[in-house]
Design a binder for this molecule. Sequence first.
Ligand code: KG4
Ligand code: ZN
Length: 357
Amino acid sequence: MNKKPLILGIESSCDETAASLITENEERTPIILSNVVSSQVDIHKEFGGVVPELAARSHLEKIDWIVKKAINDSKRKIEEIDAIASTAGPGLVVCLSVGLSFGKAFAASLNKPFIAVNHLEGHALSPKLNSNLNYPYLLLLISGGHSQFLNVKGLGQYKRLGTTIDDALGETFDKTAKLLGIEFPGGPQIEILAKKGNPNKYELPKPIFNKGGCNLSFAGLKTAILKIAKKIKNDQERFDLAASFQKTIEEILYKKTKIAFNEFEEQNKPEKKIFVVAGGVAANKNIRSMLKDLCIEKNYQSIFPPVELCGDNAAMIAMVGLEKFKLKQFNDLNHPAKPRWPLDDTAAFLKGAGVRL
Ligand code: KG4
Ligand code: ZN
């Protein structure tokens, strides 16, 4: 029996400190041996958003025991680890530096290869954990910091089909929640409130709905919600606004995903049509079921990683590490933290005033 690679993944790009060990089984399916995630929600709650310096300090305080716990939980010995993979970007530089430095030092002390991982590549490959998913597939990545459609052709081969030109979807959920008086991060609460409301009560804008291909925009929607939220008088109206917001997001994603399907098929002519949804917002049950129905309608296989692998975690970082380890794609110990690190660096920068679609 050949020894299967044992990879340690470390994640600290934003407000989750995480470590994980993964390996492969006899069928070469990636399997998770341990997956430890420590969230800092309580630290940032009172500020209504992530405070970089506090986040970095908390990463520093926790990283040792989180890595130790991941190794203990895996029931493997430190010496058995074949490579260390740390998130190197994109993210908050003060946060990235903690996991990155720790991973480099760990690799140096064990004399094992070090792999610098793009956090977005982690989300992109997260559905490969515990599954036999093959390339290519269409990915919708919807998280707190990113909203993109990507044609995932192979390891390191990503073609961006569409992106948000302003706010990310998770950010839009969180800001809407704040306007509805829900504590940070309120995104997950919206769908709970929405169940009690009338989704047709408020007509909300759908920016760039009829243009811009499968690019997305949420800033105008947020502004509209701000105006309505100011006039809200009772709980029922809050529920109605949450329901109208949830419905509007579903309509936007339904239409834009259909466009992304067409572009994906044109680029790949795939034998099997596969659609993966990852990132924190992929935990939203209504979005999941709407997209599942769309996949049935359009003959796609739909894959949603389990909720614990949708949000930030280190198993997905180790997953990228595993694929790179097998191809001997290692990095030097002077690899920098990269706060901005697009997956498709050929794609145009589509943010801010003056964007033409
Ligand atoms: O992927 P993630 O854990 O972190 C980033 O890389 O950003 O995503 C976090 C985002 C937050 O904005 C959070 O509000 C949102 O995902 N989120 C949700 C739900 N669960 C998490 N948004 C809508 N519905 C949910 N159920
Ligand atoms: Zn993320």
